[in-house]
Design a protein around this ligand. Structure first.
Ligand code: MN
Length: 172
C-alpha cells in the first residue's frame, strides 16, 4: 500500500485534490468506507473506491455499477488513493491529471466476506456495500491480463440478493 503513484501523477500546487496524510500504523488492517465518485473527465467514468489498510483501493468503471445481477462492468484498476480523497469534490484544472469535475455519487461502508488482501491477490473479492445507491453483495473479478496491457482489468458484478434489480428497473 503506497501513495507514491498517486502523488507522482499530481501537482498539488495546481490541483485541489488531497495529498493525503502518511499511512499511519493505526490505519493498517482496516476496511470500512467505500465511495463512488462520478468523474466528468475527458472520458466520463465512475471511480469506485474501497478503504483497505490505510488507502482507497481504486477502480475506474466506465459505465458505472449495474444493479442487475451478473451484468459485468469493466473496472480498470488505478493507483491507490489517500483516504482523504473520499471527501473530495471539485474541479481538477485543465492540464492536470484527470482534469474535470468530481462529485461524490455514493458512499457508505463496505465489508469483505473473506480476507480482503488474499482475495485481491487471488483476483476475486466478494463484499457487501451499505450505501445510498449501492447495497448488498458484490464481486470484483480480475480478468486474465493481456500482454502489454498497462492496467489490470477487473469486472464489477452485482450479486443476486434483495438489493439487486431486474433490467427494467435498474436505473440508479
Ligand atoms: Mn477518475
Amino acid at each position: 500500500m503506497t501513495l507514491s503513484a498517486y502523488r507522482g501523477k499530481r501537482d498539488f500546487d495546481k490541483t485541489g485534490e488531497p495529498q493525503g496524510a502518511p499511512i499511519g500504523k493505526l490505519r493498517r488492517s482496516s476496511t470500512g468506507r467505500f465511495v463512488v465518485q462520478k468523474h466528468a473527465a475527458r472520458r466520463s467514468h465512475y471511480d469506485f473506491r474501497l478503504e483497505l489498510n490505510g488507502v482507497l483501493k481504486s477502480w475506474a468503471v466506465a459505465k458505472g455499477p449495474s444493479l442487475v445481477p451478473g451484468e459485468k462492468r469493466l473496472a480498470v484498476e488505478v493507483e491507490d488513493h489517500p483516504l482523504e480523497y473520499g471527501e473530495f469534490e471539485g474541479n481538477i484544472p485543465k492540464g492536470e491529471y484527470g482534469a474535470g469535475t468530481v462529485i461524490v455519487w455514493d458512499k457508505g461502508s463496505w465489508r469483505p466476506l473473506h480476507d480482503p488482501v488474499k482475495s485481491l491477490a487471488k483476483g476475486h473479492l466478494e463484499f457487501e456495500l451499505q450505501g445510498e445507491k449501492l447495497r448488498g453483495r458484490w464481486h470484483l473479478v480480475r480478468m486474465t491480463p493481456k500482454p502489454r496491457e498497462k492496467h489490470q482489468n477487473w469486472l464489477l458484478i452485482k450479486g443476486d440478493d434483495e438489493a439487486a434489480r431486474t433490467r427494467q428497473d435498474a436505473d440508479i
